[in-house]
Ligand binder design. Structure first.
Ligand code: 4AD
Length: 456
């Protein structure tokens, strides 16, 4: 269907005086004495395009005034107030009618209400803006890595190993367990893959394989977590960006993470000014200033041990007690980012007991070369580390955790054949979108959120 995007009509002044055809859905309509006004949106722009209908013309405008109706409109582009443009309609075709029970009425609906209709909420300003920002951020991430010689790889979604070792894998099976099997082993060996399989929680282990051949790689795909966390920042299926870098130590990983975040935020601020003003006005006052400030300063860095001290000396009453060795909870992460540093902060060198087996063991024997990036408002958005590149140390850590080394023989081979210092991190894409837009629930930054008890 030949037509012009509404975004284009707004952005090019040479359309003025031209006849164009636009398509879209009716967002609002007003029927005055001599003219009717229709606000049309096709999803390419946050701003609606006003269609002016002269009621004396022979256009059958009545059916075009209903909210949600889809239209094709041809007419002349003319200047409107405040330097904007509108269209004087010469013809209107109703592509699809929309009955009065259309759930998206003119009033502002709550995000909770809109979550009940994932198939329609994309037509609201909020979700439209979120998805456009999301798309720009995805493109910016690719551009960032591609421009720095990273190779984009696709790691498997079905896997035999639980990368994070936290037992949060969804099982992939074609048969249910039954009394027919004497034990679990027999059951798994009868299943599709002949062994226990699940949906990958991270592409890191395969990412390391690729980095040991291509030097610098990144993945960008879904990861799955069967954690029973019904919180505003957990999804069972989230999009995961995982760069992995050979010939790199922890400070190199931290530098890469900071420069990636700054690149993506700069791109959104430059490319989506209307959307960002919208989020600033409706979701977080001062959002644009906060982001500008973030990217013009160095991120802070603090060790886990120092962070624990800061929390203990804070005088704050936390729900979860703070002592060396504890996992940092969201309340702790947010306190460090929001109250202590008031900006993005890397926390490094966590106790080995609370981190994964693959992390490089520090000389103190107690901590590993891990790093999390915490940001105000959200908490952790990145988790990463330098990897243990020493075969003996790695196998010792795995044995200590009771892991079956045979299942990881490919991974261990990387430490036998030309092992190098290397590391990487995982960015939770939706968490970064939350941070950039000020939208506080992760369910509102993905088209179809999958969470405990919810798959639509
Ligand atoms: O800290 P995580 O578990 O680290 C890993 O998976 C490593 N293998 C990454 C690596 O080094 N390549 O997860 C990384 C990030 C978290 O910081 C968080 O932003 C996001 O993934 N994440 C989630 N996002 C939404 N919902 C969940 N349930 C998430 N779990 C992790």
């Amino acid at each position: 269907m030949k037509h012009t995007d509404i975004k284009e009509v707004f952005s090019k002044s040479d359309f003025i005086g031209q006849t164009v055809t636009v398509c879209g859905w009716v967002r609002t309509a007003r029927n005055s004495k001599n003219v009717a006004f229709i606000e049309l949106n096709d999803g390419t722009s946050l701003k609606h395009l006003q269609i002016v209908v002269d009621k004396a013309s022979d256009i059958d405008f009545e059916p075009a005034l209903h909210l949600g109706t889809s239209l094709k409109v041809t007419g002349e582009v003319v200047e409107a107030r405040q330097g904007s443009v509108e269209i004087n309609a010469a013809s209107i075709d109703v592509l699809g009618t929309c009955p009065p029970e259309y759930p998206l009425q003119k009033k502002r609906h709550t995000l909770e209400f809109l979550r009940t209709m994932p198939h329609l909420r994309g037509r609201t300003n909020t979700f439209n803006a979120v998805q456009r920002v999301r798309s720009i951020m995805a493109a910016a991430l690719h551009e960032y890595f591609q421009s720095k010689n990273f190779v984009y790889i696709n790691t498997p979604l079905i896997t035999g190993s639980d990368c994070e070792g936290a037992g949060e894998m969804f099982q992939v099976t074609t048969i249910g367990y039954s009394k027919e099997y004497d034990n679990e082993e027999e059951y798994y060996s009868s299943d599709f893959f002949g062994r226990k399989a699940g949906l990958s929680v991270s592409g890191q282990l395969e990412g390391e394989v690729a980095a040991m051949a291509m030097g610098k790689i990144y993945t960008f795909g879904p990861s799955f977590r069967a954690e029973n966390s019904n919180t505003p920042k957990h999804l069972a299926e989230f999009w995961h960006v995982e760069p992995e870098i050979a010939f790199a130590e922890l400070p190199d990983i931290i530098e890469e993470a900071e420069s990636m975040i700054k690149f993506v935020i700069r791109r959104v601020l430059d490319t989506c000014p209307d959307e960002m003003k919208f989020f600033d006005a409706h979701f977080e006052k001062g959002l644009i200033e906060r982001l500008e400030d973030l990217i013009s300063h160095d991120f802070a860095t603090v060790t886990y041990t120092e962070a624990i001290k800061l929390l203990q000396e804070s005088g704050e009453k936390f729900v979860y007690p703070v002592e060396w060795g504890c996992d940092l909870q969201t309340e702790h992460e947010r306190y460090i980012a929001e109250k202590v540093f008031k900006k993005a902060v890397f926390v490094t060198d966590y106790p080995k007991e609370i981190k994964s087996f693959y992390m490089k063991q520090n000389a103190d024997g107690k901590t590993v070369a891990a790093v999390d990036l915490l940001v105000p408002g959200v908490g952790e958005i990145i988790g990463g580390s330098e990897r243990e590149a020493d075969y003996e140390k790695l196998t010792a850590a795995m044995t200590e955790r009771g892991m079956n080394l045979e299942l990881y023989s490919d991974y261990l081979d990387l430490r036998r054949y030309g092992s190098v210092p290397h590391g990487g991190f995982g960015l939770g894409f939706e968490r970064l979108i939350m941070y950039v837009t000020g939208v506080s629930n992760i369910r509102d930054v993905i088209l179809y959120p999958r969470t405990v008890g919810n798959v639509r």
